[in-house]
Design a protein around this ligand. Sequence first.
Ligand code: PMP
Length: 433
Amino acid sequence: NRTYDQSEAYYREACEYIVGGVNSPSRSYKAVGGGTPVFIKRAEGAYLWDVDGNRYIDYLGAFGPIITGHAHPHITQAIAEQAAKGTLYGTPTPLEVKFAKMLREAIPSLEKIRFVNSGTEAVMTTIRVARAYTNRTKIIKFAGCYHGHSDLVLVAAGSGPSTLGIPDSAGIPHSIAQEVITVPFNDLASFEEAITTWGEEVAAVLVEPIVGNFGIVMPEPGFLEEVHRLAHQKGALIIYDEVITAFRFTYGGAQNILQLEPDMTAMGKIIGGGTPIGAYGGKKAIMEQVAPLGPAYQAGTMAGNPLSLAAGIACLEVLQEKGTYAYLDRLGQKLEEGIHQLAQQFSIPVTINRFKGALTVYFGVDQVKNYEDAAKSDDRLFATFFKGMLKQGINLAPSKYEAWFLTIRHTDQDVEDTLQAVANTFKTLAAQV
Ligand code: PMP
C-alpha cells in the first residue's frame, strides 16, 4: 500500500523542464520497461526516503560513491566546516596537498595526481595524456565497459548506453570511433589479435581491472597480467579506470588487490565522499606531459574544489577505520548466500557475481565473464524483480547491468529485511519462469 502520487507529480513536471525528466539516462526506468522513477528527498545511512514518505533500503549507492552510507556525520561535518570557510578560491590549497598525499599512500602508482570533477573527465584526460606521451592515437577497450561519456569511450560502452540498447551515441564522428578497438573482456586470444594487428598505433589499453559496468566481473587469473605484458611489449600504456573500484574493495584500488601497476589510473565516485570529483594520476614521466609542465592541456575552474576535497578526505578517514572492508565482505556474503538459497527454493535461475560488498544478480544465465554473457541475462525477469523489490522498499539500480552496493551503515537486520523482500519477489517471479 505504498503510494507514489508525489513522485508521479514531480516526474510529470520534471519532464516539462528536464530532458527525459532525469539528469542522467541511467536514472530513468527505461531499461526496466518504463515507469515513474522515485523522487528522493532525504537519505541517511542505508536508507532513502522519497517524496511520498516511503522508506527504502538503498543498494544503488548513487551508482557507487556512497560506501560510508548517506549523510555520514564525519563527512557532513567536514563539508559544513569547509563551506563556512569558502567553497572555491581558484588558488592552490593545503587540502589538495593533503588529499593527493593520502591517495598516493593508498595507491603507490599515483606518483603524480590531478583532481578534476567527474570520472568522465578523469578518463578522458588519461587518454589525452597517453596520446601525448606515446605520440599514437588508438585505444583498445573492452566491450561493455563504460568509461564516461566523452566521445572516444562511448563506443560499445556499457552501463549508460547499452542499458538503453544503443551501442553508440549519435553525435560521435565516425573518424573518432575508428580510433577505438573493442575486444571482449577475459578473452586473451582476441586481445592478442588486436594488439598484434594495431599494436604500433595503440596509445593505451583502457581497463576496468575489476569490471563494474556489466555487473561485477573479475578478471580471470593471468588475463590482466598478459594484457599488461603484450601492451607494454608494443609500447602501449595501461590505463586503469578505477572510477568504481577505487576504495570499493580495499583501502586502495583494484590494482592493490590484483598486485598490478598500471601506467595511469582514473578515479571518481568514492573519493569524493558523495560530492562531484574525479582524479587521474600515474607514473611521473607520463604525468609530466600535463600542463603547466608539458604540452598536454587539462584545466578546470572547479578542479580540486575545497568542498569535494574536504568530503573526500573525510570519506577516506572513515574507510581507514579497522574492519571496514571485512564488514562489507561479510554482509555481501550473507546477501549472496541468502539470495542463492531463495533462488533454489523458488527455482529462480540466478547467477550471482560478488566481490566483497558489491554484487550483481543475473537472471537466466549460467555464468557471466564478459559483456556478451551479461547481455544474455533475462530483461523481463530483472524488470519484474526490480519493481517487486522497489514496492517492498528496496532500491536497486534500474538496470540488469549494475551492482548492488553495500555500505558500512547497512546492518545484518537490513540484509535480513532485504532477503524477506527477495523471498516475496521470487514467489511472484516463480510464476514467470
Ligand atoms: N568510469 C567508470 C568505470 C564508471 O563506472 C563511470 C560512471 N559510472 C565513469 C567512468 C564516469 O564517471 P562520471 O559519471 O563521474 O563521469
